[in-house]
Design a protein around this ligand. Structure first.
Ligand code: HEC
Length: 267
């Protein structure tokens, strides 16, 4: 937690304390104002009687409330139970006809209907899949998705990486790499790869290895501390692969003004 965060927390706590104190002060002032404005803080006997009658009159207007639980359960209060007594008695014991609440009956019959539908759908007609069939179907779908993903050329391109790249001498690929190389790489490596700030890319000497995987890796991740840009953010994997093939095609081209070899000689 930084110093600024701490300050914010302290300020918030201070604000909270001020708020609480303000509310307490407000209540205190209200109490005081009531005491001074009300000349009759303690009612005498007549006043109390009047208040009692007023409260009783008010209470008489309100019909007694049936508690929520009783309403949900369809229960009658004890005073109304005589309405539920059934005709028969046994040894003087009467029976009450307490009906089951409607919501319960709806659920009860609803579940029977649901069960019938469920049985038909999954067991009799076989139109629904059980868990095992669902699992198998999902596996099949995943296999189809995977196949589609690998067959899609756009996705296959992004799958090229420093572990699976293979060198290509295809003219189209090298052409594409050359177009990408121009402008991006020429300021540092020269128009023909002869090397300026960056090393000569046409000789057999490499700082980071001259294999196709090494070159791909350097272009992708760069050597930031040495001034070589990481291109993975601005170029697609396929583009980096094309440039890699172009760079490798420059081997032994012996351009003019070639920079002196750097690094180790690679076979
Ligand atoms: C801002 C300058 C700069 C740009 C732009 C640049 N490079 Fe480099 N590059 C360097 C430097 C500097 C090095 C040497 C890094 C080191 O000393 O480790 C280097 C190293 C390399 C290497 C490794 C060479 C070796 O000897 O192992 C390759 C391959 C390479 N760059 C390719 C490229 C490509 C392809 C591009 C364009 C997409 C590019 N570079 C753009 C500066 C640059």
């Amino acid at each position: 937690m930084s110093y600024a965060d701490l300050m914010v927390v302290v300020l918030l706590i201070t604000a909270l304390i001020i708020l609480i104190v303000a509310v307490m002060m407000f209540n205190l002032i209200k109490l005081y104002a009531n005491g001074t404005l009300n000349t009759l803080p303690f009612p005498n006997a007549d006043e109390r009687e009047r208040q009692r009658l007023a409260a009783a009159a008010e209470a008489a207007l309100i019909t007694p409330k049936v508690p929520l639980f009783n309403r949900l359960m369809g229960l009658k209060p004890l005073s109304e139970e005589h309405e539920l007594v059934m005709e028969h008695t046994f040894d003087g014991i009467a029976e009450l006809d307490n009906p089951t609440p409607r919501w319960f009956m709806v659920l009860f019959y609803g579940s029977i209907i649901f069960a019938a539908g469920y049985l038909l759908h999954y067991e009799v007609l076989g139109s629904g899949k059980n868990q095992e069939q669902e699992y198998v179907a999902e596996l099949e779908q995943a296999a189809r998705d995977k196949e589609a993903f690998l067959l899609n050329p756009a996705n296959a391109a992004s799958a090229v990486n420093e572990n699976n790249i293979e060198q290509s001498k295809d003219a189209v690929i090298i052409q594409s790499g050359a177009a990408l190389y121009a402008n991006r790489c020429t300021p540092c490596h020269g128009a023909a790869g002869e090397g300026i700030v960056g090393p000569n890319l046409t000789d057999e000497f490499w700082l980071h290895g001259g294999g196709v995987k090494d070159v791909f890796k350097v272009i992708k991740y760069g050597v930031p501390e040495k001034g070589m840009v990481a291109w993975e953010k601005s170029l697609s994997a396929q583009q980096i692969a094309d440039i890699t093939n172009y760079v490798l095609s420059l081997q032994g081209s012996k351009p003019a003004n070639a920079k002196a070899p750097q690094g180790d000689k690679q076979p």
